[in-house]
Design a protein around this ligand. Sequence first.
Ligand code: B12
Ligand SMILES: *[C@@H]1O[C@H](CO)[C@@H](O)[C@H](O)[C@H]1NC(C)=O
Ligand SMILES: *[C@@H]1O[C@H](CO)[C@@H](O)[C@H](O)[C@H]1NC(C)=O
Ligand SMILES: *[C@@H]1O[C@H](CO)[C@@H](O)[C@H](O)[C@H]1NC(C)=O
Ligand SMILES: *[C@@H]1O[C@H](CO)[C@@H](O)[C@H](O)[C@H]1NC(C)=O
Ligand SMILES: *[C@@H]1O[C@H](CO)[C@@H](O)[C@H](O)[C@H]1NC(C)=O
Ligand SMILES: *[C@@H]1O[C@H](CO)[C@@H](O)[C@H](O)[C@H]1NC(C)=O
Ligand SMILES: *[C@@H]1O[C@H](CO)[C@@H](O)[C@H](O)[C@H]1NC(C)=O
Ligand SMILES: *[C@@H]1O[C@H](CO)[C@@H](O)[C@H](O)[C@H]1NC(C)=O
Ligand SMILES: *[C@@H]1O[C@H](CO)[C@@H](O)[C@H](O)[C@H]1NC(C)=O
Ligand SMILES: *[C@@H]1O[C@H](CO)[C@@H](O)[C@H](O)[C@H]1NC(C)=O
Length: 433
Amino acid sequence: MRQSQQLPLVGLLLFSLIPSQLCEICEVSEENYIRLKPLLNTMIQSNYNRGTSAVNVVLSLKLVGIQIQTLMKKMIQQIKYNVKSRLSDVSSGELALIILALGVCHNPEENLIYDYHLIDKLENKFQAEIENMEAHNGTPLTNYYQLSLDVLALCLFNGNYSTAEVVNHFTPENKNYYFGSQFSVDTGAMAVLALTCVNRSLINGQVKADEGNSKNISIYIKSLVEKILSEKKENGLIGNTFSTGEAMQALFVSSDYYNESDWNCQQTLNTVLTEISQGAFSNPNTAAQVLPALMGKTFLDINKDSSCVSASGNFNISSDEPVTVTPPDSQSYISVNYSVRINETYFANVTVLNGSVFLRVMEKAQKMNDTIFGFTMEERSWGPYITCIQGLCANNNDRTYWELLSGGEPLSQGAGSYVVHNGENLEVRWSKY
Ligand code: B12
Ligand SMILES: *[C@@H]1O[C@H](CO)[C@@H](O)[C@H](O)[C@H]1NC(C)=O
Ligand SMILES: *[C@@H]1O[C@H](CO)[C@@H](O)[C@H](O)[C@H]1NC(C)=O
Ligand SMILES: *[C@@H]1O[C@H](CO)[C@@H](O)[C@H](O)[C@H]1NC(C)=O
Ligand SMILES: *[C@@H]1O[C@H](CO)[C@@H](O)[C@H](O)[C@H]1NC(C)=O
Ligand SMILES: *[C@@H]1O[C@H](CO)[C@@H](O)[C@H](O)[C@H]1NC(C)=O
Ligand SMILES: *[C@@H]1O[C@H](CO)[C@@H](O)[C@H](O)[C@H]1NC(C)=O
Ligand SMILES: *[C@@H]1O[C@H](CO)[C@@H](O)[C@H](O)[C@H]1NC(C)=O
Ligand SMILES: *[C@@H]1O[C@H](CO)[C@@H](O)[C@H](O)[C@H]1NC(C)=O
Ligand SMILES: *[C@@H]1O[C@H](CO)[C@@H](O)[C@H](O)[C@H]1NC(C)=O
Ligand SMILES: *[C@@H]1O[C@H](CO)[C@@H](O)[C@H](O)[C@H]1NC(C)=O
């Protein structure tokens, strides 16, 4: 009895004497910064005319200490337009990202948060999410990735939110952490960051201390961290290539909640670097999401005074460097078996140029038979999002969407990015998540 009480205490003391162990962070060393170059090129050279990608990119770059004035200007323009002219169309998570991007590293743009009363507006959007959950069987207007961004932004920028509500809605068993039966690592990771922020402000007494809440939040974090780690693959990726950066952030801030032997951070880092060299992060959003973790940063550093030391000097940033594009083998054609599955399956042999993306296949099929293969899409920051096929449309409240698959396996890229192969069995399936 005595021993079992003393041992953890000694452990705790040792722990607090070695601060570097409190937050287990592995990051790319300075001499390897060159390996991050493809990420920077992708982010800087993209033209940001739609969606939230400029916000994601500015947030990411500033968090690691890189300021790019032209991007910043573009983002501010986008934000002003969004806030003035289409605020009702801005989702809660988008607004949260805007606040984080404006507020990161205490810079002059931070004032816009207060000039435009963005925190109040986020409080309202967060409430609307909660109300939608009450009206629609626990389903928010958007998703838990965005609710986590909401809580994180409110927590970091002293917004008003109810800790009890957070405790209520973020239980690890909540269905919104899952798409179908699959745990969403991105979502769990963002929730861990948000919950850690909330727990820290409970300790700091910024919010009325409540031991019960803090205890429950700790239990949630531990459980979510377990779920994240259980999605670790043999090569070190967590979830898939595109969730790994955010999973790393979550694991950086929660190292008290797993054992050193549970995660080999260096292995994960090395695999991500390999994926970068193979061109996996060619979408600016994917690049923006992975960069902070690789440089040892997390979203909890966003409003730390000390966090934004300029790293620009370590990269040779120029916006006129050519992007490395893989030359398309433009003269040859390939054919794929494309199907649309609702209750029935409709399929066709579709021929496209070698090197085409999934979307080209869908367009070609649509030309062949508009009744069966007719579809609509929306341009999002990630690219084209497939909304309706045969007039049947995705619906958040019903948790329905059009799922993209190859050989029966869900794709980890969208229709605008995934490059198809000869003889492949491609499918768009009416699914529930
Ligand atoms: C929630 C979510 C979904 C929900 C969206 C509906 C909802 N309830 O909100 C559902 C489950 C339907 C979904 C579907 C898909 N998703 Co998704 N999704 C996410 C998640 C977890 C959060 C998105 C979000 O809200 N971001 C915050 C807001 C502020 O940004 P936003 O850009 O406005 O968000 C909207 C769009 O991102 C859009 N969206 C969601 N996923 C995708 C994927 C693509 C390719 C596009 C163009 C748009 C899109 O829905 C969001 C809400 O409106 C991200 C995780 C992440 N790391 O970002 C993955 C993520 C964006 N999705 C991904 C993928 C691959 C898909 C699918 C292609 C999976 C598939 N095999 O079918 C499909 C899209 C198919 C289609 N119809 O075009 C990948 C994209 C990776 C990449 N390299 O492009 C991510 C990063 C997850 C991952 N780690 O693999 N997704
Ligand atoms: C914060 O929210 C609580 C409950 O939602 C409300 O009673 C209180 O007035 C709010 N405070 C501010 C400053 O908005
Ligand atoms: C914490 O969790 C326990 C058990 O899961 C529950 O009984 C209790 O009401 C929760 N506390 C709060 C403050 O929600
Ligand atoms: C949450 O805060 C409590 C102190 O109030 C602390 O003991 C606990 O370790 C924290 N949990 C996490 C996951 O940070
Ligand atoms: C760490 O490992 C020990 C022994 O294997 C185990 O008892 C403990 O629960 C683990 N801790 C965590 C946080 O997983
Ligand atoms: C940046 O450029 C200088 C001179 O052109 C070169 O010596 C240095 O290695 C470069 N650094 C990186 C990280 O590319
Ligand atoms: C398609 O192009 C790739 C290289 O881009 C090549 O390896 C492959 O053989 C080509 N396939 C066909 C069927 O031409
Ligand atoms: C094409 O796909 C459909 C349904 O997915 C399947 O029934 C059919 O056998 C496939 N055709 C070929 C040639 O693989
Ligand atoms: C699929 O079939 C089920 C059972 O027959 C039916 O309830 C459902 O409405 C159908 N779905 C669609 C989209 O047609
Ligand atoms: C699909 O069409 C192409 C071109 O017409 C043809 O070469 C190929 O054999 C067809 N594939 C199947 C499975 O029918
Ligand atoms: C499209 O497919 C439907 C169902 O198989 C068929 O009735 C219709 O004639 C086709 N239209 C064209 C233009 O081929």
